[in-house]
Design a protein around this ligand. Structure first.
Ligand code: FE2
Ligand code: FE2
Length: 317
């Protein structure tokens, strides 16, 4: 028997294009008014789906270290299957199909980011090894990658439970095409790139992820969600500390170029703010907070606090 949630998601996603095509066919047959209405309805439906997706993708409620390939953040393709979920089961009693769709998308987005953090730490480990880092940094880096494996498994499990679809991680084709390239003069030397990446993706990014997860963990009503976010908050806080240790190592060994890169990275902190988006139709912010998703205004406040905290600590380095 086909899962009604699957039918609902398919209906929402496909209805936009179907209405537009029906409208165009109608107009070509001479029924201009009805065709026009169908086309507008189809475009509106597609806009609604895109709006919800955009809002979810900027919520930043649980993210690991960003996987950057050739300057762009990358995640695995969406896939259906096994291998990337633990046995967590949140309470889905009383949720409407649309609420389950939104929560499924939110946790799936999170799962993709957490999953991408595993190769992100693998890349950091290679870089630290190449630069003669001490064993404590390498050990912390590999332990952090294992934390991200656990985060990804849990987020995929929650996405599967809410959506009713067996989501899993697919391929990251860009990762297999990733070849070391000659950096541009503006990117500086290896020490500069290590400092910049650690400050933005580690100290700020993972520091913010820790703050957001801790805040939402306090607000969540489901014990499974509360426990998930409490664990993620503690782990991401430790990953942010690892980034500070990496910066200390780079400043000690990298000399003047590392210090200059840190000053430039501090100037770039202001550009890291997430855009504020309108709320998702059909679900209020209190509902999202109870289910592990932080309201936009709260996210902005925590981001501002995290930028100020990062700036103050880096300035005293
Ligand atoms: Fe994580
Ligand atoms: Fe992390």
């Amino acid at each position: 028997m086909v899962n009604p949630i699957v039918l609902f998601v398919c209906f929402i996603v496909l209805s936009g294009p179907v209405l537009i095509v029906a409208g165009i066919i109608d107009m070509s047959k001479g029924s201009g008014t009805r065709g026009g209405i169908l086309t507008v309805l189809g475009a509106s439906t597609m806009g609604l789906v895109y709006w919800a997706y955009s809002a979810i993708s900027h919520m930043n409620f649980s993210k690991g270290r960003v996987l950057r390939l050739k300057g762009r953040a990358r995640v695995a393709r969406r896939a259906l299957g096994d291998g990337w979920a633990d046995d967590a089961t949140p309470d889905i009693e009383g949720l409407t199909p649309w609420q389950r769709t939104v929560l499924g998308e939110a946790w799936l987005y999170s799962a993709g980011m957490e999953h991408a953090s595993v190769p992100a730490f693998a890349k950091l480990s290679l870089k630290l090894s190449a630069m003669g880092a001490p064993s404590e940094l390498l050990e912390a880096c590999h332990l952090a990658a294992l934390d991200e494996v656990r985060h990804a498994r849990r987020c995929f499990a929650l996405a599967r439970a809410y959506s009713g679809l067996p989501w899993s991680a697919g391929m990251i084709p860009e990762l297999s095409q990733d070849r070391p390239q000659r950096p541009s003069p503006a990117e500086g030397d290896d020490w500069s790139r290590l400092v910049r990446g650690s400050l933005l993706d580690g100290c700020l990014g993972e520091g913010l992820a820790a703050s957001v997860a801790a805040e939402v963990s306090r607000r969540a009503s489901d014990p499974v969600i509360r426990e998930t976010l409490a664990v993620i908050a503690e782990d991401e806080g430790r990953h942010a500390e690892l980034a500070w240790d990496v910066i200390a190592f780079a400043l000690e060994r990298g000399g003047g170029t590392a210090k200059q890169a840190l000053r430039q990275a501090l100037d770039a902190l202001e550009t890291q703010r997430s855009p504020s988006l309108p709320s998702i139709p059909g679900v209020d912010e209190a509902f999202l907070a109870r289910n592990g998703v932080l309201p936009q205004a709260e996210l902005g406040r925590l981001m501002e606090e995290c930028i100020q905290r990062t700036r103050a600590r880096a300035s005293s380095s």
